[in-house]
Design a protein around this ligand. Structure first.
Ligand SMILES: [Zn+2]
Ligand SMILES: [Zn+2]
Length: 265
């Protein structure tokens, strides 16, 4: 896909270039998520059918739309914090989460060479601490709108990185599924044109990467400058934070090269 990049080696558990123990955790997270989310979805759908009325259906639709907005906002919040705070040496989150965001700005096309597990497993993993307690303790019939919100939110979080990957694939002119391109054009999911703003100097806006729908209102209310000020304050206690060192300004050199190469071919 990227003329300058190579696919990871094919191994027994797929194409990846990191320890197999890490791969097993990733696959385990996806399997557990599918089981737990399937059970939760069956309960939510059952409760919707049991309680169906125009008012309840409107409430369910409103909860799902709220989750659509929340998923986009949280994707931007996590993205902005990981781009600007700490370093790959930050304990616990450095290697697992911050690294992938920093590497994405060094080589935006790297994620396009990752398979489904590598690109998406982390998001399945972060949903489990929310989903499992809901399955264990949330009375879905009594809290149908909350349950719908949680189910919709986790469903959107697990597809966020895939949506981000599709935006970069489409950006270099490689094919994406027709439905995906339609959703990108209509702004239902992140479009390559919209996301390119984040990969363009001064690199300090458009952090939201699920649909991008919250980017414009957040920019309008001055959310990102306030967050950056907070990051600078917290970053003074976190060594290597780009918010303090000024090493933001991640480019998309590899992507531009790939795009140029394709269009001049
Ligand atoms: Zn970024
Ligand atoms: Zn990107």
């Amino acid at each position: 896909m990227d003329p300058t990049g190579e696919l990871p080696p094919r191994r027994r558990l797929g194409r990846y270039s990191y320890p197999t123990s890490h791969r097993i955790i990733e696959i385990g997270a996806i399997v557990v998520f599918v089981g737990v989310a399937g059970l939760f979805a069956a309960r939510v759908l059952g409760a919707i059918v049991d309680q169906a009325s125009p008012a309840v259906l409107a409430g369910v639709a409103a909860s799902a739309f709220l989750a659509f907005l929340a998923a986009d906002f949280f994707s931007g919040l996590v993205h902005a914090v990981c781009d600007n705070l700490g370093s790959v040496d930050t304990p616990i989150v450095g290697q697992k989460f911050i690294r992938s965001f920093r590497e994405h700005h060094t080589d935006p096309l790297d994620m396009t060479r990752g398979d489904f597990v590598r690109v998406n497993a982390d998001n399945f993993l972060v949903c489990l601490p929310v989903l499992i307690p809901c399955v264990l303790w949330l009375d879905v019939a009594d809290h149908l709108y909350l349950a719908t919100f949680v189910l919709s939110l986790t469903a959107l979080v697990i597809v966020t990185n895939q949506i981000h990957k599709w935006a970069h694939i489409a950006r270099i002119g490689e094919p994406v599924p027709a439905l995906v391109r339609t959703l990108q054009r209509r702004g239902v999911i992140l479009s390559p044109e919209h996301h390119q703003v984040h990969h363009t100097a001064p690199y300090d806006t458009h952090y939201c990467i699920t649909s991008g729908i919250t980017n414009a209102p957040l920019a309008r209310i001055g959310f990102w400058p306030v967050l950056m000020r907070s990051c600078r304050w917290i970053g003074r206690r976190l060594p290597g934070s780009p918010a303090v060192t000024g090493e933001t300004g991640p480019g998309s050199t590899a992507e531009s090269a790939a795009s140029r190469s394709r269009h001049s071919a």
